[in-house]
Design a protein around this ligand. Sequence first.
Ligand code: COA
Length: 167
Amino acid sequence: MNSLTAVCPGSFDPVTFGHLDIITRASHLFGKVIVVVASNGAKHCSFTPEERVNMIKKCITGLDNVEVAHYDGLLADYAAKRNATAIVKGLRAMSDFEYEFQMALANKKLNPNVETVFLTTASQNMYLSSSMVKQIASMGGDISSFVPDVIKGDIMNRIYQKNRKDS
Ligand code: COA
């Protein structure tokens, strides 16, 4: 295995099989992978950063070269701080491309030492998103196909119970 470090950023609100597929494949390509729970200013998250970090940790047992962190600042700065040479992201469809391309260019400008590497999302996860999981959970639907069993309870307790309380 090489000694390169990659960061794998996202809101992970919550982490899904789509993200976990990308994290697992990145762990085969890089000596060390740091999954970074970062903030996207445009999104209001349902889970706190600590809850999101804990859910990811529960899902990655067995991936010895993967660690999970939370960072509130710029991803480019975090990559520099951790000596990461790559930012790994999953691309689901052409509709993801423009936004991802813009972020990759901005990150390159902010930190010229870091390359953004795109992995194509596995076909079974093409349609998956965290919002979709939350919508299904809020209506009491079965989310087993989208997230690992170890975090199903955390998601249902928060999203379904909140929805019931609000209605
Ligand atoms: N399979 C399935 N779904 C996937 C996926 C995959 N491989 N990869 C992403 N998704 C889904 C996510 O679940 C998410 O769904 P949602 O919109 O329903 O929540 C959606 O695609 C978007 O994910 P992503 O592209 O990772 O965006 P994000 O909003 O989760 O994360 C950050 C964006 C946090 C990485 C970005 O805002 C960031 O770097 N922030 C730090 C601050 C910073 O540096 N800003 C300047 C950036 S240039």
